[in-house]
Design a protein around this ligand. Structure first.
Ligand SMILES: [Zn+2]
Length: 203
């Protein structure tokens, strides 16, 4: 396969990117200065070397040079490693970007990144959905409440039902975000005030 088709195929694997958009990315890179192409390639390489996945909440976060040379197993992100956070409240989100947004709303508990939602048609959740990891985290930790912060979409609702089923025997209080998040909205795009009000009206 030629380099144009190969890179187009690689971009097509990105979430939400179709063949035409993938081709446009390649076109952009072809017309970009060689220096900026090399820079992007370098940044992709650095992404693996200078980041780690939190062993508690599963979000990806940047790490310093020293840490990147050592063991990365069991490493905690700045939120999970912060002793001032309310560790009794666990906020379950779909993806890393949701955390940034919830943080801006002033939430002071801890998080768990599920890894996505479960489509209605799916017979069983995809492997990247961390149901087992969530069960383990809930069973092992002294949690007072689990807040399900899923998108107000059909897939989000479906995923919420699955989580309630999976967590029901663990004897914890499970709540969902209240009104404020309009139908169809994703947590990633909600403004901090909306999230704060959805949090305070959770049930
Ligand atoms: Zn973490």
């Amino acid at each position: 396969m030629n380099p144009i088709d190969r890179l187009t195929e690689a971009f097509e694997k990105f979430p939400g990117i179709g063949p035409r958009q993938a081709r446009r990315f390649v076109q952009y890179l072809l017309s970009a200065a060689p220096g900026s192409r090399a820079d992007i390639a370098e940044q992709i390489k650095a992404l693996g070397a200078n980041t780690a996945q939190c062993s508690s909440c599963y979000r990806w976060f940047p790490i310093g040079k020293q840490a990147s040379n050592g063991a990365r197993v069991g490493i905690l992100c700045d939120i999970c490693g912060d002793s001032h956070r309310d560790t009794a409240t666990l906020f379950v989100v779909e993806k890393d970007a949701d955390i940034d947004n919830v943080e801006r709303s002033g939430f002071k508990g801890t998080y768990f990144v599920l890894g996505g939602t479960v489509p209605l048609a799916a017979e069983e959740p995809a492997r990247h959905i961390r149901l087992r990891e969530l069960q383990k985290r809930v069973a092992e930790n002294k949690l007072g409440e689990i807040i399900l912060g899923l998108s107000a979409t059909t897939e989000g609702d479906h995923t919420r039902n699955i989580l309630q089923e999976v967590l029901k025997d663990l004897g914890k209080k499970i709540s969902s975000l209240g009104r404020g998040l309009s139908t169809g909205s994703e947590l990633e795009y909600a403004d901090p005030d909306t999230i704060a009000s959805a949090l305070s009206s959770r049930s």
